[in-house]
Design a protein around this ligand. Sequence first.
Ligand code: CMP
Length: 146
Amino acid sequence: ETERTFVMVKPDGVQRGLIGKIISRFEERGLKLVGAKFIQIDQDLAEDHYGEHEDKPFFDDLVEFITADPVMAMVWEGQDATRQVRSMVGETDPAESPPGSIRGDFGLDLGRNVIHASDHEDPGANEREIDLFFDEDELVEWERVD
Ligand code: CMP
């Protein structure tokens, strides 16, 4: 099923100049970019986005980290896109992510893991996150011809 999924290069990835490499991986894989914005996340958006981690001991650090510098927020479309992207991203912990995955190749540690992608085991997470970051008219309909 063709679907859209939310992906974000986190502040550590932006600071280390990894935006282009990460975009290239999704492009080369055949996914279609339908939305992108380079923004600095404010406190409210950070707390909404990471709401499920509110009670975790690392929550305050997580919000501080994600708001400290800009992020590249994107929506990618494709067949089974959420699961496809998750497999390209790797595990939450870069140390447990295989070489060839984005976190396995670029991630430094649990916090500085370069990229966020919607959880494919949380139904609706992709739509929820897309809605949080994008208005409908910011998503572009176009045909990719390979
Ligand atoms: P992500 O899956 O994008 O969303 C939640 C984030 O919380 C996760 O990436 C990690 O970067 C971060 N995280 C998870 N566990 C820890 C932890 N124990 N310490 C610091 N950050 C964490």
